[in-house]
Design a protein around this ligand. Structure first.
Ligand code: ADP
Length: 326
């Protein structure tokens, strides 16, 4: 195969802190190897509409520390249609792109996999989502920063919770899975963690908390993933209220602050490693695969597996959190 001369890079789907660090790494690795880089703005929509911009080294200066994404991101229904993907392909061909790096989540990789079944321009993915819910990689870019944001907020809430004997239900992101809830819950010493994977947890809350009541614990923090079956933190708090009449119950929904902010060291380093690896993968004629981290080693995982297989939460961490919370 001929040497690649020009590649595209885009961010797609939900944004995550560290996407900029990945864009920087892709751009600079490519330029280092004599490859031109085209930034595609607004995700797949930009691919269809031709929002292309040549990226030079200086275009990615001063962004490693910024949240969000300088290329913007988007959700694009048109890319789900054969006509939309045809338009995208024609634009990539017109611009003579030899490969594309897609920074995004599950949905973005599903689109990339379908595109690579239909067309010969190779796509490589970099997992970027705060949810950490992608099979084949231990970490996704943005997850660590989101966790740090959560524990900073929870630590502050605990100060006020202890001052007033309050029972706090704090909702974190995780519509489908408890990745953020479990890890942040362990890290902030939550008294209980409620996740979508386990049903009817409210019933068990009493026994979770009883020990603490006996010891007159002055504050109780319950971390609730937004997808908890009782209906997020408000739903859980409503059900739990009658059981805990000695305490005044409060609810905090952390919401979108979890998506923003300057990326952590871990996310910047991961984004740099994976951005570098994505360009190397394209230079090695790879396609339809995601670069990821397994046991701190960079690996290449076919999109087919990354999007089809289910990633389990770390049950051991949940057990440890429960044991340590009494
Ligand atoms: P994320 O990548 O964060 O999971 P989404 O699920 O919103 O975010 O997906 C991002 C974009 O990927 C969608 O807006 C769409 O353009 C593309 N995409 C998702 N699913 C498909 C699909 N089945 N076919 C083609 N493109 C898809």
């Amino acid at each position: 195969m001929a040497k690649i001369k020009r590649i595209g890079v885009l961010s797609s789907g939900g944004d995550a802190p560290g996407m900029n660090a990945a864009i920087r790494a892709v751009t600079r690795t490519a330029i280092y190897n004599g490859i031109e880089v085209i930034g595609i703005r607004h995700g797949y929509q930009g691919m269809i509409n031709g929002y292309f911009k040549l990226l030079k080294t200086f275009n990615v200066s001063d962004i490693i520390q910024r949240g969000g994404t300088i290329l913007k991101t988007a959700r694009c229904e048109e890319f789900k249609t054969p006509e939309g993907r045809k338009k995208a392909y024609n634009n990539l061909k017109d611009r003579r792109l030899d490969g594309v790096v897609v920074i995004g989540g599950d949905g973005s990789f599903t689109g990339a996999r379908i595109f690579n079944e239909e067309y010969d321009i190779p796509f490589i993915g970099i997992p970027g989502t705060i949810d950490n819910d992608i099979y084949g990689t231990d970490y996704t870019i943005g997850y660590d920063t989101a966790l740090n944001t959560v524990i900073e907020a929870v630590d502050k809430i605990r100060d006020t919770a202890s001052a007033h004997n309050r029972l706090f239900f704090i909702e974190v992101m995780g519509a489908e899975a408890g990745f953020i809830a479990i890890r942040s819950g362990l890290a902030c010493g939550a008294e209980a963690i409620i996740i979508p994977e386990i049903k009817n947890q409210v019933k068990k809350l009493r026994s979770f908390l009883e020990e603490g009541f006996k010891r007159k614990k002055s504050s109780n923090i319950i971390i609730v993933a937004e997808g908890a079956d009782e209906g997020g933190a408000f739903g859980v708090a409503k059900k739990a209220k009658k059981d805990f009449q000695d305490y005044s119950v409060r609810v905090t929904v952390l919401g979108h602050i979890q998506r923003g902010g300057s990326p952590s060291v871990y996310d910047r380093v991961t984004a740099s490693r994976l951005g570098y690896a994505a360009v190397e993968a394209l230079m090695d004629d790879q396609k339809s695969a995601m670069v990821g981290l397994q046991n701190n080693e960079v690996v290449l995982v076919p999109f087919r597996k990354a999007v089809k297989l289910h990633k389990e939460v770390n049950w051991e961490l949940l057990e440890i959190a429960n044991i340590l919370s009494v």
